[in-house]
Write a protein that binds this ligand. Sequence first.
Ligand SMILES: Cc1ncc(COP(=O)(O)O)c(C=O)c1O
Length: 472
Amino acid sequence: MSARVPTGRRLPDGPGLRAGGHPRGTVRARTLAVVTVDNATAAVVPATRTKPQTATSVANTATEPTGGPPTADPLAWLADHARGREAAGLRRRLHPRPRTPAADGSRVRVDLAGNDYLGLGRHPAVVEGAARALREWGTGSTGSRLVTGTTALHGELEAALADHVGFAGALVFSSGYTANLGCLTGLAGPGDLIVSDALNHASIVDACRLSRARVAITPHGDVAAVTAALAAGGWRRALVVTESVFSADGDAAPLAELHATARAHGAVLVVDEAHGLGVVGPAGRGALAAAGLAGEPDVVATVTLSKALGGQGGAVLGTAAVRDHLIDTARAFIFDTGLAPASAGGALAALTHLRAHPELPAAVRRRADELAALTGAPRPAGAVVSVLLGEPEPAVAAAATCLAHGVAVGCFRPPTVPAGTSRLRLAARADLTDADLALATEAFAAAGVLASEVLTSEVLAAGVPVTEAVTR
Ligand SMILES: Cc1ncc(COP(=O)(O)O)c(C=O)c1O
């Protein structure tokens, strides 16, 4: 336990923590109410002397050639940078994914690393939906939907998504990442302002940069800073963009307040529901539906099909005019091969299953609450439980110990999260069993991330159900 951040699990607000990030890992934003990035000049205003601490910049301390005669190996610097990342505990390595837990001799018996929150990725009806589409349409979409045409399946999926999340229209993209790129670059450009939460996902960060709009990065969840950024004026049109349930921290955005200030200033609220769809709101309709904001004319949502729907792809939801505009202008839609038919078929089947089983979102949230109670993490808004450990090394060690005990967990380090906030990211699933939770408890105890020393394997061995034990 010694390597952990002091109790309370959530680090106190401070430089580089709640107000850091965007670009992920910026460590000085707290003294700046709002960091404004002018993408046209790549300047950060007001200027901060601290360079963003990303994996790249850590490695950039290696001697850099400044030009001169051609060298035999112009990519020799890659090895230097790799050593820099190694020394900082920031190397990333691909590892084999077992076909199923415990298959292929895998050590993984409980998967708390994936985002298949409802366990639908392998559901027979969902697999059959994908397989049917594959048989009917083949493996690919053969080109942009604007060039080679769109299938009835894509139309059906868009109609079902729009209906479920509560918007007039939806447009599917090949991923949640490209949905964010298409949405923000389609709705903002030079002369416009995007106000973006400091902890927004990399796909939003990249979309902001690509838009060529001015970007005001506001401290995490800080509605007053959003209001100040909008009130400062100097923009033609403005967007306020946030995740609904934050992908790394697992907390919720203050959507009602953000919408109120956006509306008061004539701005549009864009909400990434990647971790809201299928997990929060009535029947998993998302946080916007829960806040009564779905379908408002000044609200746009993005979703991914790769988390609660268990597949691959993304979508933007809004008015019919928003959909039409993106079809005409969103480069991530126009110049990208359409969502693969199997992905459309699988997502449609998953959504159909979710609508027939409105109890699933509550089941995943209950499991997430249990994981948070076990580890002393803050109560999550959705499926994501964030166990803060501080530096990369203890996070990597804790994740390795969990894996050695058969439990796969996410290990988030910079640049995914700000420096000093490396963590275990636990993703709950609706299909976790009590036995899974018992094994996870043993793994957490071995890794030193159990909230209470009372909760030992002896307690579990004595037959006390996990749910009872954690609430005592
Ligand atoms: C908040 C958020 N938005 C967008 C994405 C990108 O979605 P996809 O993986 O479907 O491209 C992710 C994925 O991690 C995410 O967490």
